[in-house]
Design a protein around this ligand. Structure first.
Ligand code: SF4
Length: 84
């Protein structure tokens, strides 16, 4: 979700990029289908968006943020995304 300030709003507070006020502080995010997210390796993320096939879904719960990374995950910078 985008707030009036152009920020991505997100309630996933266990994510490395989450910040107070339910805002996302990732430099870029990749939203894709759940299936695609499961099948792509961790390092494939928003910087590769133009090379990833389209993944239409029918319901919001079939989509997810592939940029999510757990706060305690050691692989936080594997995908080229940084905190703003
Ligand atoms: S990267 Fe995705 S899951 Fe993490 S705070 Fe941003 S929108 Fe939420």
């Amino acid at each position: 979700m985008i707030d009036s300030g152009g920020n991505v709003c997100c309630t996933i507070s266990s994510c490395h990029y989450w910040s107070q006020g339910n805002l996302c502080s990732a430099s870029k995010i990749l939203v894709t289908s759940d299936t695609m997210s499961k099948n792509l390796p961790d390092k494939i993320n928003a910087p590769y968006a133009s090379q990833i096939t389209q993944t239409p879904v029918s319901k919001s719960y079939e989509s997810c943020c592939k940029t999510f990374v757990l706060k305690t995950d050691y692989n936080q910078n594997l995908d080229g995304i940084i905190k703003k």
